[in-house]
Design a protein around this ligand. Sequence first.
Ligand code: NDP
Length: 245
Amino acid sequence: MSKKIALVTGGTGGIGTAICRRLSDDGYVVVAASVNQEKAEAWKEAEKASGYDFATVHIDVGDFESCQQGYKQVAETLGPVAVLVNNAGITRDGFMKKMSWEQWHEVLQTNLDSVFNMSKVCLEPMLEMKFGRIINISSINGQKGQMGQTNYSAAKAGMHGFTKALAQETARKGITVNTISPGYIATDMIMKIDEPIRNQIMEGIPVGRFGKPEEIARTVSFLADDEGGFITGANLAINGGQHMC
Ligand code: NDP
């Protein structure tokens, strides 16, 4: 049987790299979608040195046309995408009083429009295959809200509604749609927070540490599995007990 294709947006980032590696270990042909092609090429070479052979594709996830073109390129060279991981994301933090419309819009476009864009281009081929896994990487802050992040919290919360609606639409078509909501994971996104604030955050995590990217990747692997067909419209919170609901 030929290998399934998995496409990971933001695949070259902290959590994205762990997801790509895990899915590759699971036997998928893995494509990392990235907006920065120069960075992607360097990443691909570095991963090769670690024994991983990834394909890369240039996609700006906030731009529908770019998603269409990127998907076409992947489908023509490798085949239809069976597993889509909507992982690309950005932060543009600021209290509402000072947040510009641009800060709002950029985060909504990259973190939420992206989920529509990529799911839309992957859906038809998944329907034809009668199989698909769409895994949306949300955030603890989309569940509980976070001051200074009205944009990010709104975008990540929006993913949950999207997931549950699409999961209902595709439930009988072999396609599952789920979210993962990571808590604080030790990637650049978190490590660039000032140390005193970081330490304060850590004190609020019951398990007493930040999560590891591999812990998110493991859950992606679980949801992507052929045997995961009964899990749909779900949200798996992976946050060290910081937010329980
Ligand atoms: P990184 O900043 O390491 O990775 C983000 C990735 O998204 C990068 O590869 C980046 O690509 C890509 N990206 C950004 N904008 C675009 C775009 N327009 N088109 C395509 N790709 C884009 O972050 P993390 O690995 O930490 O985060 C991954 C996901 O997990 C995000 O959605 C984040 O919100 C979520 N998350 C992270 C948490 C954490 O603690 N780290 C906690 C909760 C959720 P490039 O480098 O090429 O710009």
